[in-house]
Design a binder for this molecule. Structure first.
Ligand SMILES: Nc1ncnc2c1ncn2[C@@H]1O[C@H](COP(=O)(O)OP(=O)(O)OP(=O)(O)O)[C@@H](O)[C@H]1O
Ligand code: SF4
Ligand SMILES: [Mg+2]
Length: 395
């Protein structure tokens, strides 16, 4: 059994004035991260877990009252007139094994962060309905009590957030933020906790860790802050580490160092890593298995080599084709995927990618396309007119 097995996860935001369009809805706790600006790690962890929705669409907890049950919102367009619900994640399934790096890739607003926040129990409790299952070590994370999932966060489950500056508490020294975790989850105290914090900063390659522990986040460079966050995330040797675009804010040399560090952790500790990114370069260098997300659904899933050699879904094909290539003839225009994620239709009406797809045909609008049967390397695509394996990715 995989360490994490996510099955048909759905996340629906509902209620007045919420999520009026893709990419424009208010962000949840992503920016606050594990510490957030309001208090130390422990205090700022959004401790409330979301109550799941039963398969029949009713919320298990009576205090959770989404505008509509998840089942009713299934497949609705985020742009349906007069509809304030946003189905940010629409039936996502994937799994992560120990020592495996699995990528979740897709453009802005496709549901990457919401997926990870749902797994960590970090979505707001009110006005959010969850569906499906997310079994971690055989127990459904979505059904866990807030207390239980809080105990898992920082110990067996850890997350690295995209923006290190807003994820660290700006008015608390780094050392206090790191030792807080050691005290809470490993029962360490005083000098022992401080020594372990020094060791952790040293392990993630922060020079002069003794001094850095006494400093505040603004006194560290961006790369060092991200390393400090990684140190906090790995402080308790988590079994599953979720990294939500951990290198987006960093320059390429620091990016390479951070990715190398994550790879080392996976190799040495057998940690399972869920890597969330929009950068196919990161995927190519790091991931074993890749899931491409579009409008809240996995549209292609495959082993990395197979995906890069034979992208089958027109969206994946377009993403790969839009990467600038050094060997392209001078003056050759780039090949972006036309349109934006706002140009989509409801999954219930057909393929959400249809308005942007060059391979569109009538059959694409007869209900939600299913994922094809897995081929070599578990390769599957949600497409009725897939790109033939012989088609070259445009230069
Ligand atoms: N609290 C919220 N209320 C309503 N809608 C939300 C909320 N949080 C996120 N959304 C919507 O859910 C969708 C998915 O958002 P998510 O943050 O997961 O995107 P993402 O794939 O992580 O994008 P990015 O690459 O920009 O980080 C978006 O349409 C977003 O507007
Ligand atoms: S199902 Fe049709 S519209 Fe959707 S990606 Fe495939 S060919 Fe394009
Ligand atoms: Mg995100």
């Amino acid at each position: 059994m995989p360490l994490l097995d996510v099955d048909e996860l759905t996340v629906t935001f509902g209620g007045r004035d919420r999520g009026r369009g893709r990419g424009r809805g208010p962000k949840p706790v992503t920016a606050a991260g594990p510490a957030g600006p309001a208090g130390p790690v422990k205090a700022a962890e959004p401790a409330e877990a979301v109550k799941p929705v039963k398969p029949d669409g009713t919320a298990e907890d009576k205090s959770v009252k989404p505008t509509e049950p998840a089942g009713a919102a299934e497949g609705k367009s985020v742009r349906a007139p007069g509809d304030n619900t946003v189905m940010a994640v629409n039936g996502v399934s994937f799994s992560v094994d120990e020592g495996q790096i699995v990528g979740l890739v897709g453009e802005s607003g496709c549901g990457k962060s919401v997926t990870s926040l749902a797994l960590m129990g970090l979505l707001p409790r009110k006005g959010v309905a969850l569906g499906g299952r997310a079994d971690f070590e055989g127990t459904d994370l979505l059904a866990m009590s807030p207390g239980k999932i809080r105990d898992l966060r920082g110990s067996k489950l850890a997350m690295i957030f995209q923006d290190p500056l807003s994820s660290l508490n700006p008015v608390v020294p780094i050392g206090v933020q790191v030792t807080e975790i050691l005290k809470r989850h490993r029962g360490m105290k005083g000098e022992a906790a401080r020594k372990e914090a020094v060791h952790l900063l040293d392990r993630v390659g922060i020079p002069d860790p003794d001094r850095r522990l006494r400093e505040y986040p603004h006194q560290l460079s961006g790369g060092m802050r991200q390393r400090a966050l990684i140190a906090m995330a790995v402080a308790c040797a988590p079994r599953l580490l979720i990294a939500d675009e951990p290198t987006t804010a960093l320059d390429v040399t620091i990016q390479a160092q951070i990715l190398e560090l994550l790879k080392e952790l996976v190799d040495q500790e057998g940690t399972a890593l869920l890597m969330i990114t929009h950068d196919l370069g990161v995927v190519a260098g790091l991931c074993d298995q890749v899931n491409v997300l579009y409008a809240g659904k996995v549209v292609e899933s495959s082993g990395r080599r197979e995906l890069f050699a034979y992208p089958t879904h027109p969206y994946t094909h377009g993403l790969l084709g839009s990467i600038p290539r050094l060997d392209a003839p001078r003056g050759e225009p780039l090949n972006p995927v036309r349109g934006s994620i706002n140009d989509q239709i409801a999954w219930a009406d057909g393929c959400a990618f249809a308005p942007r797809c060059d391979r569109y045909e009538m059959g694409c609008l007869t209900g939600t396309p299913e994922l094809t049967e897995p081929r070599e390397a578990g390769h599957q695509a949600r497409c009725v007119n897939p790109v033939p394996a012989t088609t070259e990715v445009p230069a």
